[in-house]
Design a binder for this molecule. Structure first.
Ligand code: ADP
Length: 322
């Protein structure tokens, strides 16, 4: 039987476009004749009974806002059998039979557990890292890419004026997608990602030397957070090449800001798709994109997949950025 009353929450790390996704969930649910509640601070809100009835106007003027107006949190209390049961009982007491969880892999593990406790759940991927294996893109990724690119462009200006080298760390603990795409977009001399081991002499020093021999005088190295040691790396590059080298860690600037058009549309499509599934009585799925299509996969099957790193794009980046 299709859901009659649903809740929506944002969980784990925030991402630009989460608001657009919540808006899509709320308005899709209302259009399909369901009741809909917003839940504050992820799974914590389910445990604390923080259910806020949503109307069409509750989500006005948020499509362009970064962050999440429902707030987000990590909830250690939820991550236990008792916590999951309490959250499910609170939903049932409120008459809620379906939940849309907007977050990352951890949040989807929580959704899977909630399904086990008798509540229909759909996961919507919202994370800047693009580290969810089953989907081509996640909500917030495009915005983070554009922010990283703009920030590195600025760093590049001053790097050029001073004939320097800049090592810029972008987000991505296990996933080098932000680094790889930013590296290509800014013409980084080398891009280091967690998926591919690197050789300091061959992949950095030799590339700088080769570019220097053809007249290049300034260099940008993009490093994914998961590779680490960014400050140390800058010192090593300066020592090995004699080029004055500075390190910049972009950090949380990549998590904020108004979502790009791409993220707003993606969030709208995914939010609608999630509600449609619940309306049809379909549960235990993660919404994803495959090419231009919006699709969905069983949660455990999706969580067990391995991410595929774009080796071809990595190769192209090494050929062009020289
Ligand atoms: P993300 O969703 O961004 O990956 P986290 O990994 O921090 O973020 O997960 C967010 C929340 O989801 C956690 O605080 C916890 O409540 C829940 N969660 C995470 N991992 C699990 C798990 N293995 N089982 C059940 N719930 C989980």
């Amino acid at each position: 039987m299709g859901a009659k009353s649903i809740a929506v929450l944002t969980s784990g790390g925030d991402a630009p476009g989460m608001n657009a996704a919540v808006r899509a969930v709320v308005r899709s649910a209302l259009s399909m004749g369901m009741e809909v509640y917003g839940v504050n601070r992820g799974y914590n809100g389910l445990l604390k009974n923080e259910f806020i009835p949503m109307t069409l106007r509750s989500v006005s003027d948020i499509i362009s806002d970064g962050g999440t107006f429902l707030y987000t949190a990590r909830s250690p209390e939820f991550n236990s059998a008792e916590g999951v049961k309490k959250a499910a009982d609170n939903c049932r007491a409120k008459g809620i039979d379906g939940v849309v969880v907007i977050g990352g892999d951890g949040s989807f593990r929580g959704a899977r557990d909630l399904v086990g406790a008798g509540i229909m759940c759909i996961g919507v991927p919202g994370t800047i890292d693009n580290d969810i294996a089953c989907t081509d893109s996640t909500i917030g990724y495009d915005t983070a890419l554009n922010t990283a690119m703009e920030m590195v462009d600025r760093i590049r200006d001053t790097t050029e004026s001073h004939d320097r080298c800049s090592v810029v760390e972008v987000m991505g603990r296990k996933c080098g997608d932000i680094a790889l795409n930013t590296g290509i977009a800014v013409g980084a001399i080398t891009t280091l990602v967690p998926e591919v081991p690197y050789d300091f002499d061959k992949d950095i020093v030799a590339r700088i030397e080769r570019s220097r021999s053809t007249g290049k005088k300034h260099y940008v190295v993009v490093v994914a957070e998961g590779v680490g040691h960014t400050e140390e790396l800058a010192k090593k590059i300066e020592a090995a090449t004699g080029v004055e080298t500075r390190a910049t860690i972009l950090g949380h600037v990549q998590r904020g800001g108004s979502p790009t058009l791409r993220d707003r549309v993606l969030a709208s499509q995914m939010g609608y798709h999630a509600v449609k599934l619940l309306h049809e009585g379909i549960s235990n799925r993660i919404v994803a994109t495959k090419g231009l299509d919006v699709v969905d996969y069983e949660i455990t099957e999706a969580l067990n997949r391995d991410r595929v790193f774009d080796e071809e794009l990595y190769k192209i980046s090494a050929v062009l950025s020289i």
